[in-house]
Ligand binder design. Structure first.
Ligand SMILES: [Mg+2]
Length: 366
């Protein structure tokens, strides 16, 4: 079998999260949920789908897939994915430890697992060695940033009323966290993600002030994301469990983060970290460490489905992350829907999802 074509595409869906739209780093409002998908075609008619981290406001992942990764992968045998991926990582080693080229490789890796499952007639979680016993996955509602305690309270209550038992905020003030805690009561787990907003001293002060709100974790409290010594200090002196990892590129980065005592929760992202192959190595590494693996997955495409398979196959318990919003359409059909805070593990071959190409065509912008 040979790869005949790789088609990277930018998909952008309208959404409603029950509050004004958050702003992008460019300062413009985020009006669409955008993502980069990869469709990998073969000469035997089997197609695989993957996802690479990327946005329409910064379409460089699309170009990395198109210009750098696709020309090296087309013509190669997708069934020997271990050889293909390790060869591509080596050949691109000067630009693929992190960033857009690695994201594009991550998308390719996911698509190769989809193809492998379709050939074997098995869902990816089975290929990973899962016993198939886990059929439902707990999901945490990841709330977009609102920066307004009234909105935070209302949307947190809405998430709890839809059955979510775990809610993550992307806020940065005590007032916003207090509003969420008041709204959901003591029995819903709350997490807080600042997206690297504070310096280390601020983060320690904030962590101490946040203690009464019983946060399950404080995520990426400090800039830059890979300052593991700072994270370790915040963890020691702040008195709240710390989570990080979505901005790591490699397993070696992740090992260094854990060795530094930087985190309680390890959060690599399948669309950035090297795909399912590298994520599964991280799962196995974390199983022998005093940390919990909690994948980063604020996604709605093949990357979220890949994350479902990883969590389904794990020995330890973990959750999937899902942005709390109503999407205008779903390229993955019902596979991304949560009921009472749980998603269903896909059981079909590969990703186990029939990708809706009509939705893709309708919402493709690049
Ligand atoms: Mg985060």
């Amino acid at each position: 079998m040979k790869i005949t074509h790789i088609e990277p595409m930018l998909i952008a869906l309208p959404y409603d999260h029950g509050a004004p739209k958050p702003t992008l780093s460019t300062g413009a409002p985020r009006t669409l949920m955008d993502a980069v998908y990869l469709r990998v075609d073969t000469d035997e008619g089997i197609t695989g789908w993957g996802e690479a981290f990327g946005f329409g406001s910064c379409p460089i992942t699309l170009e990395a897939a198109r210009i750098v990764v696709a020309p090296l992968a087309v013509g190669r045998d997708p069934t020997d994915s271990a050889t293909l991926m390790s060869d591509l990582h080596r050949r691109l080693q000067s630009m693929a430890l992190n960033g857009p080229v690695r994201y594009a490789l991550s998308g390719l890796d996911i698509a190769l697992w989809d193809i492998a499952g379709k050939i074997a007639g098995q869902p990816i979680h089975r290929l990973l060695g899962g016993d198939g016993k886990r059929t439902r996955l707990p999901v945490y509602a990841s709330l977009l940033r609102m920066q307004n305690p009234d909105h935070v309270a209302r949307v947190s209550a809405a998430a709890a009323s839809r059955g979510y038992r775990h809610i993550k905020l992307h806020e940065r003030t005590i007032e916003d966290v207090a509003a969420a805690r008041d709204a959901v009561g003591p029995d819903v787990a709350l997490m807080l993600d600042t997206n690297c907003h504070w310096d280390v001293d601020q983060a320690i002060r904030m962590a101490r002030d946040l203690q009464p709100y019983d946060l399950t974790w404080l995520e990426e409290p400090v800039y830059p994301a890979d300052d593991f010594d700072a994270l370790a200090r915040i963890r020691r002196e702040g008195g709240i469990p710390v989570a990080a990892g979505e901005n790591l590129g490699t397993l070696n980065d992740l090992r260094r983060m854990v060795a530094a005592g930087a985190v309680d929760f390890v959060q690599p992202d399948v669309t950035k970290f090297g795909g399912i192959t590298e994520m599964w190595k991280a799962v196995q590494f974390c199983a022998g460490q005093p940390v919990a693996f909690e994948p980063h997955s604020p996604l709605y495409g093949p990357g979220l489905i890949a994350t479902q398979h990883i969590v389904a196959a794990m020995e330890a318990d973990a959750m999937c992350e899902f942005y709390f919003c109503d999407l205008g359409a779903s390229p993955m059909g019902d596979a991304i829907n949560s009921v009472d805070g749980f998603m269903t593990v896909p059981q079909g071959p590969g990703l186990g999802v029939e990708v809706d190409e009509q939705v893709i065509d309708q919402y493709r912008i690049g």
